[in-house]
Design a protein around this ligand. Structure first.
Ligand code: FES
Length: 84
């Protein structure tokens, strides 16, 4: 199980973190990854100046935005799912 944590603290929320979560939820559903990806929300991760903050397992990922959310999923989340 790959754990994807997206910050929903106020700064990331203002930048659209709920849209990012929604995009991830759609991809997870489309690809039937519900048993392989755990999507979680987090309070401030302490990197408010780096775009929307998220983490894939223990790996921090910055500069996430609504526009690149699906690219981020395919670049960082899917390879980890396929590794398992
Ligand atoms: S609010 Fe997201 S890192 Fe601070």
């Amino acid at each position: 199980m790959v754990t994807v944590t997206v910050c929903v603290g106020s700064s990331c929320h203002m930048k659209g973190s709920y849209q990012v979560i929604k995009t991830f939820q759609e991809i997870i559903k489309e690809r039937g990854l519900e048993d392989k990806v755990a999507l979680k929300a987090s309070f401030c991760m302490g990197r408010c100046l780096d775009g929307i903050s998220m983490q894939v397992d223990d790996e921090p990922i910055s500069h996430v935005g609504f526009a690149n959310a699906s690219d981020i999923f395919y670049q960082y989340v899917l390879p980890k799912v396929e590794e398992e």
